[in-house]
Design a binder for this molecule. Structure first.
Ligand SMILES: [Zn+2]
Length: 143
């Protein structure tokens, strides 16, 4: 009989496509279409780019990319500090990811479309009701 897997210790990923390998650094994972190579986040059965169902391979996404578009958020859920910058980033090598842009003034004069950013991983500011910590990711302007 197989040994039961040890309960995971440490933070949990805040989204399923954030992977925390036991013996490596955290990273985002995409699903690459076997037919056309389009990359998506999350599981799917059919490629929305080429329409085939040849299947997908999981690939590690790059930790760097370019700011595609952003929005400065002034109103959010109670308890969420505003303003913050919600961004969509095109990652190097493929994959388009939404997340918050940190380390920059939430000011249109400071933010440039196409600016290079890095993906950084940090413990989320809030725990869940059971006290579990979560690892989340942000985008940061590249130094
Ligand atoms: Zn495809």
């Amino acid at each position: 009989m197989a040994e039961p897997e040890a309960a995971p210790s440490g933070p949990r990923p805040i989204v399923p496509y954030l992977k925390i390998p036991a013996d490596g650094s955290p990273h985002l994972e995409g699903q690459k279409c076997r037919h056309c190579g389009a990359i998506f986040l999350g599981e799917r059965t059919t490629c929305s780019s080429c329409g085939t169902s040849d299947g997908f391979d999981a690939i590690r996404l790059a930790d760097r990319g370019e700011l595609y578009v952003y929005s400065i958020v002034h109103r959010s859920f109670p308890g969420i500090e505003v303003p913050y910058v919600s961004a969509i980033v095109d990652l190097e090598g493929g994959g388009t990811v939404k997340g918050n842009l940190i380390g920059i003034e939430p000011d249109p004069d400071a933010i440039r479309m196409g600016m290079p950013v890095d993906v950084v991983y940090e413990i989320a500011p809030r725990k869940d009701a059971e006290g579990n910590e979560y690892l989340t990711y942000y985008f940061k302007p590249r130094a």
